[in-house]
Design a protein around this ligand. Structure first.
Ligand code: DON
Length: 368
């Protein structure tokens, strides 16, 4: 694509080609340049002046977030999950969209401060803690890394796959990950998991107690999974303890903005963009993102990568976070989910933004 010397004026009619030109000529080169700064450990927040191209990049990131919000705001497809009874009571029309860059800048639209339960979006972050504590080989050996092609709560996957737990992003592997945390008591296990989520977010997070009660009281399926894993020597703590702590982990309240920043920590090679804390060793980030790419959407992971081309994780509470490695994270939240338990509005908004910015891992991927 031929790049003009200045930001092109935005045409009223050809919005899509304008965005293509912007992303190819301005956003991508700029974000790449910023990446090298972050990788040298220099937070861009320490810069005192911003070049004009950076100002225009900020304007355009805000514009694409606004466009995604406007495009899907009124969509009513899907329904709140209700197998965890309290999730059915969350206002279905809530919708938030946030981009957080790897240097901690935030661009947002909609209900970005509403605290919802993180649910399965927590899973990669606890997998990261397992990697930090035990190394990636332990995660491979003791949990597994194969996508199942089956729903998140599949018991059949445990029987089909020799590894049983399959990978840390389905319920079985996530409960196994909780059981692997090196803890000397249940409260220590929970404290470490919560603190790790907080380190990724760079802020204190709280348990949504009503969500925890609602899920734990009805957790017969996950209890079955925990007991099956224990039976196969693929659970590494008392099953009921692992189930309780896993359910607490899923009941942590986050905002769309929190999720975006958690993703930005991964985009920033494992170091929080604002606190500067190293949460995950840089060398483990590609392994974690590979898991998110292959299994982040469960039995829809192939379709997601085919369209959006970004590692991501969904939660049945309606949150999704996607990572553009070395650049930024895109998070969205809306409670109505599809059959696979993935938020329809959040999925569409993130896919739209990835396409408009041309940031798919395998190449620019505008929507048809
Ligand atoms: O274990 C469960 O069923 C929930 N706590 C989490 C499931 C979930 O988020 C599925 N994701 N889309």
């Amino acid at each position: 694509m031929k790049c003009p010397s200045n930001t092109p004026p935005r045409p009223a009619h050809n919005w899509k080609s304008y965005w293509k030109q912007l992303s190819a000529c301005i956003l991508l080169p700029l974000l790449s340049a910023q990446t090298s700064l972050a990788f040298e450990g220099i937070a861009a927040t320490t810069q005192t002046t911003r070049p004009s191209s950076e100002v225009s990049e900020q304007l355009e990131l805000q514009e694409v977030v606004d466009a995604a919000y406007a495009k899907y705001k009124d969509l009513e497809e899907g329904a709140n999950a209700d197998y965890i009874p309290i999730l059915a009571t969350v206002p279905s029309d809530l919708f938030g969209v946030v981009i957080a860059t790897k240097d901690g800048q935030v661009f947002s639209a909609g209900d970005i401060d509403y605290k919802f339960s993180i649910q399965s979006v927590s899973k990669p972050f606890t997998a990261a803690l397992v990697m930090q504590q035990m190394g990636p080989q332990a995660l491979l050996d003791k949990i597994g890394v194969e996508p199942t092609g089956l729903p998140f709560n599949s018991k059949m996957a445990l029987e089909l796959y020799e590894q049983r737990s399959a990978n840390p992003l389905v319920n079985a592997g996530a409960i196994a990950a909780v059981s692997l945390i090196q803890a000397d008591s249940e409260s220590d296990r929970w404290a470490q998991i919560k603190e790790n989520l907080e380190d990724f977010a760079g802020t204190q997070l709280s348990l949504l107690d009503e969500v925890y009660q609602s899920e734990y009281e009805t957790a017969w399926s996950n209890r079955g999974i925990a007991n099956l894993l224990y039976n196969y020597n693929r659970l590494y703590s008392d099953p009921e303890e692992a189930l309780r702590v896993y359910t607490q982990q899923c009941s942590v309240g986050v905002s769309t903005q929190d999720l975006a920043i958690m993703g930005a920590t991964l985009a920033n090679a494992g170091t929080h963009p604002l606190t500067g804390k190293l949460v995950l060793d840089r060398k483990h980030v590609p392994e974690l993102l590979a898991l998110m790419a292959t299994a982040g959407f469960y039995d829809e992971s192939g379709a997601w990568m085919y369209s959006a081309g970004l590692p991501a994780k969904t939660g049945v509470g309606g949150g999704i976070v996607a990572i553009v490695p070395g650049k930024l994270a895109i998070a969205a939240f809306s409670p109505r989910v599809n059959q696979a338990g993935n938020s329809i509005k959040a999925m569409k908004a993130i896919r739209f933004i990835a396409g408009e910015l041309g940031v798919g891992l395998y190449g620019a991927n505008p929507e048809d």
